[in-house]
Design a protein around this ligand. Structure first.
Ligand code: C5P
Length: 241
């Protein structure tokens, strides 16, 4: 059996958690909305901190909520260093703020959306291991199961896209630290993930199998699905006792 102390712990996980979550409807910032009695950011960070590879977690909190988020997380995060900074006006700005605060000894960086609150620790470890194996950028992906059609400007179907070549991209995404820093320095604010920035540098982005539990909570229905995932996790844990 591999224990935490047998594995390299030089990975820092950055958690952008500063989004307002308008598509979820009126209420608190998305990362502070509750799922099974706890805020999404607590679920997300607990799972990251449980990953064997993760030595430190840096959370980019909603503006004005850094102290609150720190107080929520400090009692539940005991196996990794915890830092909380204020996020920015865009996801990319939030990631950049977290990266600037990341401990210097960590040379592998994971970036993980607080909104993907139930991504399992094993997914973080698989992504970090692929970076450590030499890939400068790594993303977890799932196949596309629906038929995908492209529309023309008139809203009418113009073509069918070959879904065998398509993948849905999740987080945590993993990077050699120097590569992520260069990508952030070089690019504008227009992309929705970090691997896209690395792609613009012309570097290859490696894929590993994603996980259905790493679904992103965006709309109210996603909270319903996430609640069901959480309940099934608890039921499985209960049946193992
Ligand atoms: O809005 P969306 O779900 O795409 O955001 C993805 C992640 O980026 C979320 O965890 C959200 O909290 C975070 N984010 C952020 N700062 C922003 C906007 C989004 O940290 N300004």
């Amino acid at each position: 059996m591999v224990s935490r102390s047998d594995t390299p712990q030089d990975t820092v996980a950055l958690v952008p958690a500063a989004g307002r979550g308008e598509r979820l409807g009126p209420g608190a910032p998305k990362s502070l909305r509750h799922l099974g009695g706890e805020p999404l950011v607590v679920h997300a960070v607990r799972r990251l901190a449980a990953a064997r590879s993760v030595a430190a977690v840096v959370v980019a909190a909603p503006p004005g909520a850094a102290d609150l988020v720190h107080d929520l997380l400090a009692p539940v995060i005991t196996t990794a260093e915890l830092l909380v900074v204020e996020g920015g006006g865009t996801r990319q700005a939030s990631v950049a703020a977290a990266l600037a605060a990341a401990p210097g000894h960590c040379d592998v960086v994971l970036v993980h959306d607080a909104a993907r609150a139930l991504a399992p620790p094993e997914l973080a470890d698989a992504v970090a291991a692929a970076v450590r194996a030499g890939h400068p950028a790594v993303v977890p992906v799932l196949p596309v199961v629906d038929t995908v059609r492209q529309l023309g400007p008139d809203g009418v179907v113009s073509s069918t896209v070959d879904r065998e070549l398509l993948r849905l991209v999740q987080t945590p995404q993993g990077f050699a630290r120097a590569v992520l820093a260069e990508a952030h320095a070089a690019c504008d604010d227009s992309l929705t993930d970090d691997a896209g920035l690395v792609e613009r540098l012309g570097l290859p982005v490696h894929t590993v199998p994603g996980h259905p539990n790493a679904l992103k909570v965006t709309r109210p229905f996603d909270l319903v699905v996430a609640s069901a995932v959480l309940a099934s996790e608890s039921a499985m844990a209960g049946s193992r006792v």
